[in-house]
Design a protein around this ligand. Structure first.
Ligand code: CU
Length: 474
């Protein structure tokens, strides 16, 4: 997670101010950021004012003003992305990272974006969701030739409508998206907008997925379905920064999905409304409360809520295998299977053999299993009460009374008021119900409730005599 000291020194983004006329005719110097920390919001030094967003484990790209045009410089290039401590991926991205930097502009801004291609093949940039001249739409072959390796192309358009957008190539699609080429774009409203509320915190991130074999560094790009690394901004829990907010803050979270499947994003402890999509703000009468919103492939959703419940609240994809890290797909379900005899036999041949998963997959996470050099265990996040049992698309919304306005530094774990934490029942336990112990064939029973074979269980059936043991003849 984000550490306080690194955050303080983390302002790697500086807006270029006064530049000479000669320099303005030249390509703007690209700003590169290789650190995976969440950078503080980039306050606009030039141009019209706006309330900047915070990119989870990311940053916003500085610009220079050139005769009232905002000029940005994106460099498409191979990058190394640390997805969590001990796990690095060789991806393609922009300006040192995948995803690329967030681009923030104001409705009505004239924007010029230089795109330099340092990849080994041609690329383009599509400005997902934007109104713009057709020739600026970035579809290789259809609206422009691909940007050849080593060349720089210029895109220029007016940011016509405020909202939540993203950018990505439309060139060798499967390779370039599978390798992590994507970035966030926010166009802030130029004035008070009836459907766009002012918020205290505005977080953005993209959903992306990769197929990286444990021990490998480069994603398999031909994968269509079997992705094993599920990320927020190319980070996996516990590598994903928490969302630190002040109690009572109005919070907006904007999410875009560039994976190959949908993600039901779920927030604990609060209800939210979907206030906008990449199509624009949602009319107020069309909003309804939710605690989960499904984000389909290629969609964006912005949700809003008042963070009025203190604590550490999970924010995650609700598909359970998307809150897991690298895993093989061939691990069989072993819940309820007594593997002792099998294990004893195998141990004769393979002394290090370890039986797996009899009590769920959690025990695998708890065991110190040898792992390849570059990977991350399936579920590795540590919370204040032990292993969190999740990885992948999972992070924490930390709501605190003492988080200062505008302070995004990570807070320590929540201190629960006395008597407000679920705890072990220590009163008298009633004897186990014989009926519960005698019903076979109801799938995986909890281990404790499994009938012991050496105990004869008698069940009195309505209108009949005592039935035999649980295996007795039906
Ligand atoms: Cu998911």
């Amino acid at each position: 997670m984000n550490d306080r000291r690194r955050f303080l020194t983390g302002a790697g983004a500086v807006a270029a101010a006064s530049v000479s006329r000669v320099a303005l005719a030249a390509l703007p110097e690209p700003v590169i950021q290789t650190r995976p920390d969440t950078m503080p919001p980039l306050a606009p030094a030039t141009g019209r004012p706006y309330d900047p967003v915070v990119t989870l484990n990311g940053w916003s790209l500085p610009w220079r003003m050139n005769n009232d045009i905002k000029e940005f410089h994106l460099v498409a290039e191979p990058v190394v992305r640390e997805m969590a401590t001990g796990f690095k991926a060789h991806l393609w991205g922009y300006n040192g990272q995948s995803p690329g930097p967030t681009i923030e502009v104001v409705e009505g801004d004239r924007v010029r974006i230089f795109v330099t291609n340092k990849l080994p093949e041609h690329t383009s940039v599509h400005w997902h969701g934007q109104r713009l001249p057709n020739g600026m739409d970035g579809v290789t072959g259809l609206t422009q030739p691909g940007i050849p390796p080593g060349k720089t192309f210029v895109y220029e358009f007016e940011a016509r409508r405020p909202g939540t957008f993203m950018y990505h190539p439309h060139a060798d699609e499967m390779t370039q998206m599978a390798m992590g080429m994507m970035g966030f774009w926010v166009t802030h409203p130029k004035a008070r907008h009836p459907l766009i509320d002012k918020v205290d915190r505005d977080f953005v991130f993209l959903l992306s997925s990769y197929d990286i074999e444990p021990g490998a560094y480069t994603p398999r790009i031909m994968t269509m379905l079997d992705f094993n690394i599920w990320t927020f901004n190319s980070r996996v829990f516990p590598g994903i920064a928490p969302l630190n907010v002040r109690h009572g803050d109005k919070v907006r979270i904007r999410v875009g999905n560039l994976t190959m499947t949908n993600h039901p994003i779920h927030l604990h402890g609060h209800e939210f409304e979907v206030t906008g999509t990449d199509g624009g703000p949602v009319p107020k009468p069309a909003r309804w409360p939710e605690v989960t919103t499904d984000i389909a492939v290629g969609q964006m959703r912005q949700i809003e809520f008042v963070a009025d419940e203190e604590g550490d609240w999970a924010l995650h994809c609700h598909k359970s295998h998307h809150t897991m890290n690298a895993m093989g797909h061939s691990v069989p379900t072993m819940i309820g299977v007594d593997q002792r005899e099998v294990a004893r036999q195998i141990t004769k041949l393979v002394p290090d053999y370890m039986a797996m998963g009899e009590r769920g997959m959690h025990e695998m996470a708890e065991m110190e299993m040898p792992l390849p050099e570059n990977t991350i265990p399936m579920m590795t996040g540590e919370g204040p009460f032990g292993g969190v049992g999740m990885g992948g698309m999972f992070t924490v919304l930390k709501v605190r009374r003492d988080q200062a306005p505008g302070d995004y530094r990570d807070a320590p774990w929540f201190k629960h008021p006395p008597g407000t934490v679920a705890h072990e029942f220590t009163g008298q336990t009633p004897p186990a119900s014989p009926a519960a112990a005698a019903s076979p064939g109801h799938g995986a029973m909890p281990v404790q409730a499994r009938p012991r074979k050496d105990v004869e269980v008698r069940v009195r059936k309505p209108g009949g005599g005592p039935a035999g043991g649980h295996s007795g003849g039906h």
